[in-house]
Write a new protein. Structure first.
Length: 427
């Protein structure tokens, strides 16, 4: 019997009783490094568990941006900064629990096919949670950078995706290649972000900040970054659709505001070919032909235009040495209509919301996915609680369904994010 069917016979009191008996499960995934925001000394979860997804359904950008205010407020341990060698690569640890990283007490074997999460298949979101991992469903991850030294000053148009790996999340030790022409940060460091979107199961979004700096920068090769544009979706086999080219923003999905138009469960946003990220590795098309800080330069031919020809500039700071510099353009009027690619203010608290904001609508019937894929379906009327995973997620969702007097039965599939393990759900 499904949990939502069981609700009709037991009521909400039965759900509350059941919650007390469901075992704790491992959650999803996170990077682990002393340069990350949101953790205290020794990776204590002072701001919340980094493996928890952000949303879906968070209505205010300040509540999900870099995981929310409590995470942004917790700066990296001991001023740690991750070094990213231009033209080289960096290996970052990604696991479903700190304990399996090199900073934990049960570090996984890097040769283990489940080194990212020895406790189960579910947290990978790449096939049936009972296993095995379906390689072509592995979602892919990305790294982005903003040439700012304060995470609270990073806005919608500051972050450019500079590295993508198509085998992520797949193993604990994940390598990201760094473009050869990356310029140095204009200050002592930049703000970087790790981005991941679940490919099946619950619609999860990850955006984790860490301090970074580019090393081994070659002055003769370094070039300024182009202003970023939104990624575009092009279905496989469509010969007329043009993917976005040049520097691209991250995919901001499942919360509000968003730059992603929902295409259905079988075309979820991710850092792959269909969403303009076909290049596996360093993103070498993100640069202009100008040296960092030079005036002039524009989005290369074929790139989608942005409303402002220059990157957004914080009122309190000089132009980014990374970016093509030119005269700043006024921020658009929040009340005026704009596209998702309009360059808004850099302040995340005052950011005008793009007109394409939405809540993804579920597939109601005849959903075109293989029976082996237990795809969760989003309800635009129910806020799915952060930290609800596995079998227990249906209980929590059913309880939310009762409390909010939702008129439809929420028949989300069992997500099964990991087998039974230590730790509380959402802790």
């Amino acid at each position: 019997m499904r949990i939502t069917d069981w609700m009709h016979t037991t009521g909400s009191s039965g759900v509350l009783v059941a919650l007390a008996f469901f075992p704790a499960v491992y959650a999803h995934m996170s990077i682990w490094h002393p340069s990350m925001y949101g953790v205290g000394p020794g990776f204590s979860y002072d701001g919340g568990n980094p493996v928890d997804p952000i949303g879906p359904g968070v209505a205010k950008q300040s509540d999900w941006w870099f995981r929310g205010p409590s995470y942004r407020a917790l700066k990296p341990q001991n001023g740690s900064v991750m070094d990213l060698p231009a033209g080289g690569s960096v290996t970052i640890e990604i696991t479903c629990h700190l304990v399996h990283s090199s900073y934990g007490t049960q570090t996984s074997d890097p040769n283990d096919p489940l080194s990212a999460c020895p406790n189960g298949y579910g947290p990978h979101h790449a096939g049936d949670p009972a296993g095995p991992i379906v390689e072509n469903l592995v979602s892919r991850c990305a790294l982005g950078v903003a040439d700012k030294d304060d995470d609270e000053k990073v806005g919608w148009d500051d972050i450019v995706i500079f590295s993508v790996t198509h085998r992520c999340v797949r193993q604990r030790l994940t390598t990201f290649k760094i473009p050869d022409r990356m310029p140095a940060c204009s200050g002592s460091k930049c703000i970087c972000g790790w981005f991941w979107l679940a490919n099946n199961g619950t619609a999860n979004f990850y955006m984790t900040a860490f301090d970074c700096r580019f090393t081994d920068v070659k002055s003769s090769k370094a070039r300024a970054l182009l202003p970023p544009v939104d990624p575009a979706f092009c279905p496989t086999g469509n010969t007329t659709c043009q993917p976005a080219k040049g520097a691209k923003r991250p995919l901001y999905a499942y919360n509000t505001p968003t730059n992603v138009v929902w295409q259905g469960n079988d075309a979820r946003p991710g850092y792959h070919q269909s969403w303009s990220f076909g290049e596996d590795g360093a993103q070498e098309d993100i640069f202009s032909d100008k040296a960092p800080g030079q005036s002039g330069g524009a989005v290369a031919s074929g790139d989608r235009p942005v409303a402002a020809s220059s990157p957004s500039i914080s009122p309190s700071s000089a132009a980014s040495a990374m970016a093509v510099s030119s005269s700043p353009s006024p921020s658009p009027d929040p009340s005026s209509s704009s596209s998702a690619s309009t360059a808004p203010s850099t302040s995340i608290l005052g950011l005008p919301r793009p007109s394409s904001t939405f809540l993804p609508r579920p597939c109601r019937r005849n959903c075109p996915h293989p029976p082996s894929r237990r795809l969760s379906r989003l309800s635009p009327k129910v806020n799915i609680p952060t930290g609800s995973y596995g079998f227990a997620s249906e209980v929590v969702d059913a309880l939310a369904w009762t409390k909010q007097q939702h008129g439809e039965r929420d028949e989300r599939s069992r997500d099964g994010d990991g087998r039974r393990g230590k730790g509380l759900v959402g802790s």
